[in-house]
Design a protein around this ligand. Structure first.
Ligand SMILES: NC(=O)c1ccc[n+]([C@@H]2O[C@H](COP(=O)([O-])OP(=O)(O)OC[C@H]3O[C@@H](n4cnc5c(N)ncnc54)[C@H](OP(=O)(O)O)[C@@H]3O)[C@@H](O)[C@H]2O)c1
Length: 258
C-alpha cells in the first residue's frame, strides 16, 4: 500500500519563483508526486520553458508571469490563477531577490527591490489567493502556505545584508501572524529557512561560501533538491498538517551550532 502520510497527489500548487534554484527544486518535487503545479517568474517565455523542463519526466507544470517589483502583480497573478483553478491547496511563497546590503552604500532602490519582492508580495499575494486557498481547505486536510525565509533572518551573518536579513526576519514573523489569522479557515502557514543552496542567487561553489560551509555547518555541505523537497512535502502532506506557524531551518545545523 502506498504511504498516505506523505501523499500530496491530486493537489494544486503555486510556487512563486519556481523557475530556478530552490523554487524549481520544490516545484519538481511536487510535479513528480502528482501535484498540478503552477510556477511564476518575471518573464513569460522563460517561465514557460522552466515549466516544460520541470514536467519533462511527466506530470503537470504551468508557467505564469509576475514581477513582484510591480505592486499590481500579486492581484494579477491571483486573477490569472483564478481563471484556471477554483481551488488552491499549496502556496509556496518563494520568489526572492538580493541587492547590495551594506549600511553605508545601500540605495533606496536596493531597499525597495528586496523588501517589495521578498516581503510585500508575499502578504498581498497570500491575501489575493485566500478565496482559492479557502476553497481548497478542510479541517482534515488544511490548505498550506509555505514561505521561503532564510537563515539570514535567524542570525546576523558576517557580511552586511541589512535589507535582506530584515526582509527574511519579517517573513518568519509574517508566517506566525498568518498562522494565527488563518487557522480558523483551515489554512496553515509555515516557513522554511534555507542555509546555502545552489541557485542563481547563491554560488555555493565560491571560495567564501565553501569556507563558511566548512566553518559553520556541522554537516559540511550545502543543501540539495531533496532537502528542500522533503521539508515541503512534510509541511504539505497529512504528516505536517498539525504544524502551524513555524520556521524550519534547512541548514545542516548552522543555526543550532552558532
Ligand atoms: N540559495 C540560497 O542559498 C538561499 C538561502 C536562503 C534563502 N533563500 C531564498 O530562497 C528563495 C529562492 O532563491 P534562490 O536562492 O533559489 O535564487 P534564484 O535561483 O535567484 O531564484 C529566485 C527566484 O525568484 C524569482 N524572482 C526574482 N526576482 C523576482 C521578481 N522581481 N518578481 C518575481 N519573481 C522574482 C526568479 O524568477 P525569474 O528570474 O525567472 O524572474 C527565481 O525564480 C528566495 O526567497 C531566497 O531569498 C535562498
Amino acid at each position: 500500500m502506498a504511504d498516505q502520510l506523505f501523499d500530496v497527489s491530486g493537489k494544486t500548487a503555486l510556487v512563486t519563483g519556481g523557475t530556478t534554484g530552490i523554487g524549481a527544486m520544490i516545484a519538481k518535487g511536487l510535479v513528480e508526486r502528482g501535484v498540478k503545479t503552477y510556477i511564476s517568474g518575471r518573464n513569460q517565455a522563460r517561465t514557460d520553458a522552466a515549466a516544460v523542463e520541470l514536467a519533462a519526466a511527466g506530470g503537470t507544470c504551468i508557467g505564469l508571469a509576475a514581477d513582484f517589483a510591480d505592486p499590481a502583480s500579486p492581484a494579477a497573478l491571483a486573477a490569472a490563477l483564478a481563471e484556471r483553478e477554483s481551488k488552491l491547496h499549496i502556496l509556496v511563497n518563494n520568489a526572492g531577490a538580493m541587492a547590495p546590503g551594506a549600511l553605508t552604500t545601500s540605495t533606496l532602490d536596493d531597499w525597495d527591490t528586496v523588501l517589495n519582492v521578498n516581503l510585500r508580495s508575499v502578504f498581498f499575494l497570500t491575501r489575493e489567493l485566500l478565496p482559492l486557498l479557502r476553497a481548497g481547505a478542510s479541517a482534515e486536510d488544511p490548505a498550506r502556505i509555505v514561505n521561503t525565509g532564510s537563515i539570514g533572518g535567524l542570525h546576523v551573518p558576517n557580511w552586511e545584508a541589512h535589507s535582506y536579513g530584515a526582509s527574511k526576519a519579517a517573513i518568519h514573523h509574517l508566517t506566525r501572524s498568518l498562522a494565527k489569522a488563518l487557522g480558523k479557515d483551515h489554512i496553515t502557514a509555515n516557513a522554511i529557512a534555507p542555509g546555502p543552496f545552489p541557485s542563481n542567487m547563491h554560488d555555493v561553489t565560491s571560495e567564501g561560501t565553501q569556507k563558511a560551509i566548512d566553518t559553520y555547518i556541522p554537516l559540511k555541505r550545502s543543501g540539495t533538491a531533496e532537502d528542500a523537497q522533503g521539508a515541503v512535502l512534510f509541511l504539505c502532506s497529512r504528516a505536517g498538517s498539525y504544524v502551524n506557524g513555524h520556521t524550519v531551518p534547512l541548514d545542516g545545523g548552522y543555526i543550532a551550532a552558532l
